[in-house]
Design a protein around this ligand. Sequence first.
Ligand SMILES: [Fe+2]
Length: 266
Amino acid sequence: MSCGFNAIERIILSHDADEKCAATHHLHSHFNDYEFNHDHHPNGIATPGYPLALELVAPKSLKRRGISSQVGRNVLLHAIAHIEFNAINLALDAAYRFRNQPEQFYRDWIQVADDEARHFAMIRQYLNQHDCEYGHYPAHNGLWEMAVSTQHDIVARMALVPRVLEARGLDVTPGIIQRLDNVNDHKAVEILKVIYQDEIGHVDIGSRWFFYHCQQRELEPRSTFLKMVETHLHGELRGPFNISARLQAGFDQMEMRAIDAKYGAQ
Ligand SMILES: [Fe+2]
């Protein structure tokens, strides 16, 4: 039996998008063929594999364009492709980094990675149909930086990656869908609707594991979440929030009221 953790590490480090997606699907569909040996410590991964053509730059240097032109929509969808590509790495890293968890933890994050690889492929196909490829435009590395800063604490990871970064996707995606609908890009709308529904499930998985680990450590989850936001984001949680989607994704009413009161107006 090959080691699941070694396989995951290889996939995270893979630079080739096709190879990364195919290997993720294989890991997911052959989960039972892998053995997860918890005796070894995970390696630190400073940078996951990206296509060699992709230039990583500071977030501020990225240009935004209007989406009335196809080029503008390619830039937008390219940015989303980068988020999905990162999301494959982030989900796999949750499974790779945190050892001695219940088996369902590994099943869940490999399932999320499998979904993310499917999302990436849908957007990449869209880009290819419009003479664009992942790597044509620069992108930023902020998502992986959050993985590194939370690599030693599973509670911080579950709070910051699914419940902050991915949950932000729930806030902004309906507006992006509306803008794309306004310019009659039906294909892009269709793709983003699929992604949006799946991401509710991913944030919910993150919420469940966040609550599980808070319980293990006897931490009160609502105040712990806010404390993690203060520590890792210096309190810069951005609203406005999509409260109904977040309620479906494992946030509760009282928690959303507290988050909205503190950050909703930012
Ligand atoms: Fe996704």
